[in-house]
Design a protein around this ligand. Structure first.
Ligand code: NAP
Length: 231
C-alpha cells in the first residue's frame, strides 16, 4: 500500500504517518523543513523497518513545488493507494482588512490549491487501478464562519464534494475530514488545557477506520469534535 501525506512532520499529518507506517504502508511525506523530514523518516523506519519511506521538502502553497514533489513520487512509484491532502495553515485574520491580503492568499494556496494540484498530479497513479482513497483534511471551519481561514476550508469541503461526485464511478473513495480543535503546533501559545482538545492520534485512528472499510462503502464526511465542543 502506497500512501502520500502532505504536511506530515507535525500534528495530524505526523500521527497519520505513524499509524499508516505501523499498519505496513509505504509512505511519501513532505513538509517545508528538510531536517524535520529527515528526522521523521528515521522515526517511521524505527516504527516499521519493512516499509519504504520517501520524503522531500516541498512548499505545497506553490504549484511548481507541488509538481516537483509529485514527480519525485512518480520516480519511485507507479501507483498510489491513498492520498491525504493534509498540509494547511491557520492565520487568524479578518476579511475586511486589506492588510490581510497576503495571509488570505497564503491560506488559499496552502489549504485549497495544494490539494487541487496534488490530486490532479496523483490521480493518474490511482485511476488505472480503479481503486484508491483521497482524504481531504478540512475543518469544523468548513461549515462555521471562523475567520478568513474558514473561507479556505469551506472551499476545501466544496472541492471534496465535487471530487467525490467525479470519482463515484471510478472506484476511488473521497472523504472530507472535519476535525475540531486538535492540540497541535497550530495551537502553541494557547492557555487552554490539553484536555480541552482532541488528540492527533484520534484523528489518525478515525481516518484509518474510514480507509479499512470495504470498497463498497465510503465515509463522505467525517466530523470530529472535542468532547466539550468547539473552542
Ligand atoms: P500543524 O501541527 O501546524 O502541522 C502542519 C504540517 O504541515 C507541518 O508538518 C508543516 O511543516 C506542514 N506544512 C505547513 N505548511 C506547509 C506548506 N506550505 N507546504 C508543505 N507543508 C506544509 O498542523 P495541524 O494542526 O496538524 O493541521 C493539519 C491540517 O488539519 C491542516 O490542514 C489544518 O488546517 C487542519 N485542521 C487543524 C485543526 C487543529 O485544531 N489543529 C483543526 C481542524 C483542521 P512545515 O512547517 O515544516 O512546512
Amino acid at each position: 500500500m502506497n500512501v502520500v501525506i502532505t504536511g506530515a512532520t507535525k500534528g495530524m499529518g505526523r500521527a497519520m504517518a505513524e499509524l499508516f507506517a505501523a499498519k505496513g504502508a509505504n509512505l511519501a511525506i513532505c513538509a517545508r523543513t528538510q531536517e524535520d523530514i529527515n528526522n521523521l523518516r528515521l522515526e517511521l523506519s524505527n516504527i516499521n523497518s519493512e516499509v519504504e519511506i520517501l520524503g522531500q521538502a516541498a512548499d505545497m502553497s506553490k504549484k511548481a513545488s507541488v509538481k516537483e514533489f509529485a514527480d519525485f513520487i512518480k520516480e519511485s512509484w507507479d501507483r498510489v493507494d491513498v492520498l491525504i491532502n493534509n498540509a494547511g495553515v491557520f492565520i487568524p485574520c479578518e476579511l475586511a482588512n486589506p492588510e490581510n491580503d497576503s495571509a488570505f492568499e497564503m491560506m488559499m494556496d496552502t489549504n485549497l490549491y495544494s490539494a487541487y494540484y496534488m490530486t490532479q498530479e496523483l490521480l493518474p497513479l490511482m485511476l488505472p487501478n480503479k481503486s484508491g482513497h483521497i482524504f481531504n483534511i478540512c475543518s469544523i471551519a468548513s461549515f462555521m464562519p471562523y475567520g478568513a481561514y474558514a473561507v479556505s476550508k469551506h472551499a476545501m469541503l466544496g472541492f471534496s464534494k465535487v471530487l467525490r461526485e467525479e470519482m463515484k464511478t471510478k472506484g476511488i473513495r473521497v472523504t472530507a475530514v472535519m476535525p475540531g480543535a486538535t492540540r497541535t503546533a497550530s495551537w502553541d501559545g494557547t492557555n487552554l488545557p490539553d484536555e480541552r482538545f482532541m488528540k492527533s492520534e484520534d484523528v489518525a485512528e478515525a481516518v484509518w477506520g474510514c480507509y479499512k472499510l470495504s470498497p463498497f462503502t465510503v465515509v463522505e464526511e467525517l466530523i470530529l469534535r472535542p468532547q466539550l465542543g468547539d473552542i
